[in-house]
Design a protein around this ligand. Sequence first.
Ligand code: URA
Length: 269
Amino acid sequence: MTNHIFDSALSKYIAQAGYCSRRQATELIKSGKVTVNGKIVTTPFTIVEKNDVVYVEKNQIIAAKKIYILFNKPKNLVCSVSDEKNRKTVSDIFTPFFSERLYPIGRLDRSTTGLLIMTNDGQLTQRLSHPKYEVAKLYQVSSELAITKATLDTLINGVPLEDGFMKVDQAYYPTSSKKVVCVVIHSGKNHIVRRLFAELGYPDIKLDRSEYAGLTKKGLRTGEWRNLTEQEIKTLYQDDKHTTLETEQKEKEVKKIKKDRNKKYYARL
Ligand code: URA
C-alpha cells in the first residue's frame, strides 16, 4: 500500500472494478467488510496498489485493467466515443480488441492524421488535458500554397484569434520545400493549428501530428497502434517530460550556440 502511479483510493478501486458505486463502497469499507492483503481496512481513502489483494466479504475485487494505446490515426475517424451523425469513431476501432471502452486523450479533427493516445484511464486523461500540463505536440502542415518565412515568424510572435492571442513554440521548414512546415505547440484548443493558418491566409492545409508528449510515430504506419510501455506511461505522469524530441534537439542546439558564444567572449578577455 505505497504510492505508485497505478494506485487508487480503496473506495474508487472497488467502484471502478464494477462491484458497486463509490458511495456504496465507502459504506462497505466503513462497516469493516473489506480486507486488503488479509487485513480489515476501514478507511475509504486507503491507497491500494495494483498487486494488493482486495476482498469485499468473500468476493475478490479485480481492478479494472488500465489500457494505454498509441494510435496513428488515419483520416475520416471522429475523435470521440460516439458520433451524433453515426460516423466511425476512434473508439470504434478498438471495440473488437478490448472489452473496455477506450477513449481518446484530446482531439484531432476528423481529417487530421497522426498520434493519439487511447485509454480508459480517466486520471491520465484529466492530467494531459489540463491547461497546466499542456503537452508539446509537433504538427506537420502541408499546403498547396508555399508558406512564407514571414508566416513562420508571425506564428512565433503571436496571432490574434477570436479566443485570444496565440503563439507557437516553433515553426520551421523541415526540408527545402516551402509547402511543408513543422509547428510545435502546447495549446490543446480545438482546431488551433487550422485556425492559425487560416488567419494567416492558408485555409486549406493538411495536418499530421507526428509527435505527442515526446512520443513519436516510429514503427507505426497510418492506422497502426501499439501499447505504451510502462516507462512511457510513467513519463506521461511526470510533469516536466512533455517536450517533443524536436524540441529537445532545438533546446540542445540553442544551449550549444550560447556555450560557443560564451567561449568566444571569454577568449577575448
Ligand atoms: N489543431 C487543429 O487545427 N486540428 C487538429 O486536429 C489538431 C490541432
